[in-house]
Design a protein around this ligand. Sequence first.
Ligand code: GAL
Length: 308
Amino acid sequence: MKRISSIFLIIILLVGISCKNESSDKKINPGEVWNDTDGNPINAHGGGFLFHNGKYYWFGEIKKGKTWLVPGQTWECYRTNAGGVSCYSSENLTDWKFEGVALAPNTSDSTHDLHTSKVLERPKVIYNEKTKKFVMWLHIDSQDYSYARAGVATADKPEGPYSFIESIRPNGQMSRDMSLFKDDDGKAYHIFSSEMNATMHISLLTDDYLKPTGTVNRIFIDKSREAPAMFKHKGKYYLVTSGCTGWSPNPALLGSADTILGEWIEMYNPCKGPNADSTFFAQSTYVLPIEGKADQFIFMADRWNKTN
Ligand code: GAL
């Protein structure tokens, strides 16, 4: 189960490159509250990104309202009501327009997977060229994190609204922290912490991206890695993960592989400089390739603030 000791959140972008809008002097300022184009703080934690028709879309957990400690847990299980998934869009990565709630929470049926009393985390979206659907996967859990499932939803437009299909235990296995990765050949993979968070699974999805195929690669066995963020560079696959310390930061680890379903090698902490050993007090969520710049990526992480 989770070892948790520190929560909620201000989302930050940790910039591995100088990401400057070429038409202005705007910059991304890591660790600062970031307002959308309406002047409201961006509320999109555990974020995932999609580039579609010249625009970036940012999906994330909506967190607001009271924070409390779930009683009877052996770890610092702080939480707030699940607010669904937000969507923002941008053409320049600095100005983000709020597109609305992409996946709405359920406010009336406490048994529903998307009920506000549940945990809805780390939403990621990919586009399926064959079905023309935008497919979202996200971590769905009960407030004590014993449900350990992944949910899937689809939409006809990137910003949604997304229709919820179901939650599953992929291939019969627990699924908590998760991500998606769409490869150049159109194959898509669901990457998740499984087996009580001890082992990471890379699970090939069906061609419509809605179900697991049963083909799985178990990696970092018994290494207790979380918060997967995968990217590809020059034909090689890379995966940034965090350690398993709940809301508390810890050193990130970069892994790599020549083939996604092949052998994964543990490399090193990819963070450099002051506070690198706590991933700059944050936890990985996504590595965003910059469109049109083959060698540029933005590493994104959440700086959780457990009590608020
Ligand atoms: C973290 C995880 C978060 C959230 C938290 C709850 O390790 O990355 O997404 O699940 O645990 O304790």
